[in-house]
Design a protein around this ligand. Sequence first.
Ligand code: ZN
Length: 442
Amino acid sequence: MILSTLFALLISSSFAHNGLVEEGFLVRDSNKIFLKHIQRHKDLVVDHMDKKSYEVYGPHGLGTWLESMGADITDLAVIDGLDEKAAGDYPTPEEISDQLLKLSQKFPNIMTLSSIGQTREGRNLWVMKISDNPTVDEVEPEVKYIANMHGNEIVGRELMLKLIEDIGNRYNAGDKDIIELVDNTEVFIMPSMNPDGALKRQRGNGAWKDLNRNFPDFSTQDNRDVPDGREPETKAVMAWQNSRNFSLSANFHGGTKVVNYPWDTTRDPAPLTDLIVELSGEYASKVDGFFNSTEFPGGIVNGNAWYEVDGGMQDWSYYYHNDLQVTIELSHTKWPPYSDIPQYYSENAWSLVRFLKRIHQGLGVKLPDHSPSGKMTLYRLINGQKQKIGDYKISGGEFYKVLNQGVYEVIVTLDSGETKTTRVDVNFDLLRPNGNFLSLWP
Ligand SMILES: [Zn+2]
């Protein structure tokens, strides 16, 4: 009783949805007896739920509190902690920086490396841009991958490095698929959003904060898309997102094998759920452990149907920024032996490239320099009927949207008052110049 009260005081002092994750436990609770008590504490983080158990993260005192309730728990540091030799085989964040710099020097024709900010401990947050003319900001659709926002979920970071190298090699070898991707797209890859956490093999960042509970969330009180009070890594990603025009992305984690799709924070269906399910299913369809999953049919799951996440990056990205994001859990083991990485890459290689290419199933508009802001209204034409898809604000001169295949009526209205209307056939196999950007104002 006293412990419980102390703990409640302890966690109420930090603000909601900004989870402090100093301790983590696997809770065996097949009847979900303890889950109600845990979820009452909005600051605790529940993750990776299955029929028998789930993970809980929180501040110091969490383990004592769970034990005081009689929960059957195991410290995740024990479960995830492989022998130190396996841990030691992985590159340090500084070695990762070095590897990225070398890749950018090996493929200067299609890659540039830049830092979008610093972590709490002052490490750079590196992003590799991959495109033809990589030093020029071209009018092309923008797609991104972010990995390793949970420091102890390491497979994504390594797969991103392998993917960058693979794209570079295949481009220079004349691979048609890759050339089509690189020449018509701006691809951005951030292998590690949490290098401070990766160094210590911990979920949280340098301040033990869970970065995937640290974003604005439209269904909570923390619903203003502003950086105030968030972690430096979160702020950096938010500023980066504001500076670009991303419209498709994925965010890589570990702990199970599944593609988790929006929303996480509410039961309501996200816009274009049929398209999201299709993209998620396609990724899963070629990866062992996904398509043949016994836990998740087809290797995909709706986030909220699995367990609610508030303050996650995926929902923030799609809700506030028209950037359709899914969360891909790559491995049952969060920190597998380093020697297993090539196997994970070969299993995911096709899907990783294919998902990037799927951005070409959509359409974009470039507004004229004299009026770079306006709005787009989109209708889908089905059997002669117009079905409204949505109204979208355009700023910064460019807008792109990933869509279901079909015929669309596009109405673009500039702030200056000019309007243009056109019809477009959105078809994955029909790639137009500039990755499907329409030239309404040539
Ligand atoms: Zn994770």
